[in-house]
Design a protein around this ligand. Structure first.
Ligand SMILES: Cc1cc2nc3c(=O)[nH]c(=O)nc-3n(C[C@H](O)[C@H](O)[C@H](O)COP(=O)(O)OP(=O)(O)OC[C@H]3O[C@@H](n4cnc5c(N)ncnc54)[C@H](O)[C@@H]3O)c2cc1C
Length: 473
């Protein structure tokens, strides 16, 4: 008898964990295939440390082929799921296409940057959802400081002003750690010491970290205040241009840096499936099964999973939930292939950690609020324990950062135009290459040639050439 085919689409927190558990449990009795655009799992919570020069980018990745040895890892992006035919169609990194038939399907494609209809934001802001954006930001900040050192006062002030929109955990970490990064750049270069940097953290909510325990918010507000980061609550961006942003409180802020951390929305693949959605997320049963499609499961950010601890609500889009849902989905997929009963996903909140850099953090492990060094230690310990690999390298980078000046060169490998805010694939930078030629020749999946079922224009490759402004960066 042929082995059941399990296809997992997406190898982030949920998909990677599902693949690990399923390959261990199946012991060769099922064929597990993982489809992902990159060859690695990305530990997103440490992304701000990549953007601010603490960690090198590969530290927060874990190789899929090397760690999922019993799974077949297919590089590519799912473009269409034929739910009746039980097949996933995908496009590979070099424009090739393929089909993956399945008996069980796990959808774990995560989320992408959330957009708001604010004039100029799509053109001038950059998101913070993938490695290319973090690499771009690190270079961009370094470049702004270097250019500012040789320019007149007004230009220098604009280049040394950094605006972060969205004071959730991502935006708060970027602003807190970004400030330390620019301080380190100034210390490292004599000409930079005369510069004055300004960091602004803007949010419409009445407090920062609005979705977390108020005590974490108080700690983060204190640390940001001590570092001189200006926090603007109850405020948003009215308009963005190439020279600055206009805030809703009427202030016009000259800047070349607008980091968009207002949140995420489910991956656009979700809306192409024709399945019931809840705010763009695929609605599932507590067992993570899609109603009416018992062979299809969804988990992580892309799935609206009923929170059995808080009836009427859905689980938050966090790594903590995604990781545990990955384990739960693996158990339920395995159970669905035998006669075992499927179990509902259930998870108690274990608290949250927000790394503010410089040994400071705001954390509430198991509900116990911590700040200062204890929070810093708990936070780093938590990340090391939670990472599925590369722990020694990460710890070594932290140690080096504690005793050596931060490396501050810009490599310029990721340009502004290759990390647009509006993208269905924040994990990939747009690069010039073969797929573009294929599109021009009418063979590829560019917007004109996209299959009707493709939810959003494919943004994995440079179907959009840089504008003259963008090309400068
Ligand atoms: C900067 C940052 C910091 C964060 N910090 C924290 C934190 O401290 N604590 C916390 O709990 N949460 C944190 N989060 C949120 C957390 O990372 C997400 O909730 C979590 O990654 C969701 O897991 P997931 O598996 O659903 O999606 P992801 O981890 O994003 O994985 C989705 C995977 O699917 C792949 N994919 C996408 N589209 C396709 C396609 N069409 N075909 C095939 N594969 C596809 C992607 O490449 C990716 O590998 C942070 C998020 C960010 C961006």
């Amino acid at each position: 008898m042929s082995r059941p085919r399990i296809v997992i689409v997406g190898a982030g927190f949920a998909g990677y964990q599902a693949a690990r558990q399923l390959t261990r449990a199946a012991r060769g009795r099922a064929e597990v295939t993982v489809l992902n655009p990159t060859d690695h799992f990305l530990y997103l919570p440490l992304l701000p440390q990549v953007a601010t020069g603490v960690l090198e980018p590969r530290r927060i990745t874990v190789s899929l082929p090397a760690t999922l040895r019993d799974a077949r890892v297919v590089l590519g992006q799912a473009e269409h799921v034929d739910l009746d035919g039980r097949t996933v169609r995908y496009r590979g990194p070099e424009g090739n296409t393929g089909h993956l038939p399945y008996d069980r399907l796990v959808l774990a494609v995560g989320s992408v940057n959330k957009l708001l209809p604010v004039p100029g934001v799509a053109e001038h802001a950059h998101g913070f959802r993938g490695l290319p954006e973090a690499l771009y930001l690190r270079d961009h900040i370094t470049r702004q400081m270097e250019l500012a050192a040789t320019e007149d006062e007004d230009d220098a002030a604009a280049r040394c002003t950094f605006v972060v929109v969205g004071a959730g955990y991502t935006g708060t970490e970027v602003a807190a750690q970004g400030r330390l990064f620019t301080d380190a750049l100034m210390r490292a270069r004599p000409r930079h010491e005369a510069l004055t940097t300004r960091w602004l953290l803007v949010d419409v909510a009445p407090r920062i970290l609005p979705e977390l325990d108020e005590r974490l918010s108080r700690t983060a507000t204190r640390v940001l205040g001590e570092r001189g980061v200006e926090v603007r609550t109850g405020t948003s961006v009215k308009e963005a241009t190439g020279d600055g942003v206009l805030l809703t409180d009427g202030e016009s802020v000259p800047t070349r840096t607008l980091v968009w951390c207002v949140g995420v929305r489910p991956d656009p693949l979700a809306e192409s499936l024709g399945l019931p959605l809840e705010r763009g997320r695929v609605l599932v049963e507590p067992t993570l099964q899609v109603p009416g499609r018992p062979e299809v499961f969804a988990c992580g950010d892309v799935a609206a999973v009923p929170d059995v601890e808080r009836p009427g609500e859905f689980t938050a889009m966090t790594a903590q939930h995604a990781w545990r849902q990955g384990k739960s989905v693996a158990e339920n997929v395995a159970a669905s292939l035998t006669s075992r009963t499927l179990r509902p996903y259930r998870h108690k909140d274990l608290g949250f950690v927000v790394d503010l850099g410089g040994g400071e953090a705001a954390a509430n492990p198991l509900g116990l609020p911590l700040s200062g060094l204890p929070a810093g230690l708990v936070t780093r310990g938590y990340h090391l324990a939670a990472m599925p690999g590369n722990r020694v390298r990460v710890a070594a980078d932290w140690l080096l950062d504690a005793v050596l000046p931060r490396q501050s060169v810009q490599l310029g490998l990721v340009r502004s135009w290759s990390v647009p805010l509006d993208t269905a694939s924040p994990e990939l930078a747009r690069v010039p290459g073969e797929p573009e030629k294929q599109r021009e020749a009418g063979k590829g999946p560019g917007p004109k040639n996209a299959p009707k079922t493709t939810p959003a224009p494919d943004t994995t490759s440079p179907i959009v050439a840089p504008t003259p402004d963008q090309a400068k960066e």
